[in-house]
Write a protein that binds this ligand. Structure first.
Ligand code: ARG
Length: 423
């Protein structure tokens, strides 16, 4: 086929696609296959992935627990940027890919492999993130994407697996493609492909059934230090357990469901369904704390940076000068993002109900309508006069030259309207 390879390191999830990929790579490229399984907090799957990799012909089966690094170096930096792609998706899958790529490349270098492989299809964003990441970090490595190259459907894959006596978990036929990590769970395919029909309850696993959502609200307090969440209800927690606890507690109340028509990098629109309880709670909390401690102009400028940051991450450009520059700006804004945020979890929603910070810019004496106000209301008149000076002048000019805009007839010339005569 596409030339021989010596040794390929395959990103191995333990699922059907990547299990079939092991003998397929050996046959098509004549290469030895080493698998690498990265724990990014996926709940299901992992199980006996390592034994399965070896049973299916891997020369060696490597494993990395990358959860802590994922949280510290990818999720929390993105949280500081309130990352929500298209205002909606907290980028769970997108944030884990560059970390998996880093481990894949490191393993390939250590084991002197000449290529890496992944199980992405040719229609999604993940292939872009893998290919671009590898090409950036280690341009000498070839990237093999068996699923993109072979023409097998699920039935063909199962037949191929039987022929090669592979050890696979053929789960009861599921039409869904699922990807999980600490920051969320993505579900695609099957009836979800119709953006007009509501997702069936069966696709949700982290957010329980609505019948089971508690009838009473629950409060949770998140404590941030310089933009990083460090406490829940006053208890210090490391990043991974903090995210896990929030996924569990908010998920139990149905918080985290996302139904999004998303624009993929490859130009396709697709309906995407997610469960991201911790991510949505933390972004809401972090945003709310920032509204208390950041100035209006920084908030406004930062929101532009956040949007671009989210697109860069989505597009697979984590390892790029732009992402690093945006990150540097975001980091710089976080020095006062310290404080506590209270949220109420109830029936699918997480609502901020309080926030406090030693760096709060909210001055009671300025904002209060009470007697102790120090705000000089008499200064407002002059302020408003100058604040609107330029637009007022421009408007007057245009009116004088007979090209008024946005001026309804009624403002131009007030006249009596008889209620009896329709216009
Ligand atoms: N649409 C999301 C993204 O591009 C999720 C992709 C999930 N991947 C999967 N193999 N199911 O980030």
């Amino acid at each position: 086929m596409n030339g021989k390879l010596e040794h390929v390191v395959l990103a191995y999830s333990g699922g059907l696609d990547t299990s079939v990929a092991i003998p397929w790579i050996r046959e098509h490229y004549g290469a030895e296959v080493t698998t690498l399984t990265v724990n990014v907090g996926q709940e299901g799957e992992l199980g006996d992935a390592l034994e399965r990799a070896r049973a299916n012909g891997a020369r060696e089966a490597l494993f990395v627990d990358a959860r802590e690094t994922l949280a510290e170096e990818f999720l929390f930096p993105a949280l500081k940027a309130n990352c929500l792609y298209q205002g909606t998706y907290p980028l769970s899958t997108a944030l884990a890919r560059p970390l998996i790529v880093r481990h894949l490349v490191n393993a390939a270098l250590r084991h002197k492999a000449d290529a890496v492989a992944h199980g992405c299809t040719g229609k999604g964003n993940d292939q872009v993130r893998f290919d671009l990441g590898v090409q950036t970090l280690a341009p000498h490595l070839r990237v093999v994407a068996p699923v993109r190259e072979w023409n097998m459907n699920r039935a063909d894959e199962i037949a191929y697996a039987a022929e090669h006596r592979l050890r696979i978990h053929v789960k009861p036929e599921s039409p869904y493609s699922v990807d999980e990590n600490l920051w969320g769970r993505s579900i695609e395919g099957g009836v979800l492909e119709d953006p007009g029909s509501p997702p069936p309850e069966e696709v949700f696993q982290w957010t329980g059934h609505p019948d089971l959502w508690p009838r009473e609200p629950e409060e949770v307090t998140v404590g941030f230090v310089r933009g990083t969440p460090e406490r829940l209800d006053g208890r210090s927690l490391a990043p991974v357990p903090l995210i896990q606890e929030l996924n569990r507690r908010a998920g139990a109340h149905g918080v985290g469901r996302i139904d999004h028509v998303e624009d993929r990098v490859v130009g396709i629109k697709s309906r995407e369904t997610y469960e991201c309880p911790a991510a949505l709670v933390l972004v809401a909390a972090h945003q709310s704390l920032e509204s208390l401690v950041l100035s209006r102009d920084v908030l406004s400028f930062k929101s532009m940076v956040e949007r671009r940051y989210s697109e860069v991450v989505y597009d697979g450009l984590w390892y790029s000068p732009l992402r690093e520059a945006l990150s540097a700006f975001v980091e710089d804004t976080q020095s006062t993002v310290t404080g506590e945020v209270r949220l109420r979890l109830f029936q699918g929603s997480a609502r901020v109900v309080g926030r406090s910070s030693p760096y709060s810019l909210l001055s009671h004496r300025l904002a209060t309508y009470g007697r102790d106000s120090t705000f000089r209301q008499d200064a407002s008149e002059g302020f408003i006069h100058l604040f609107g000076l330029a637009p007022k002048l421009a408007y007057a000019k245009r009116r004088a030259s007979g090209t008024p805009s946005g001026e309804g007839e009624e403002t131009a010339a007030p006249r009596a309207v008889s209620p009896a005569t329709p216009p």
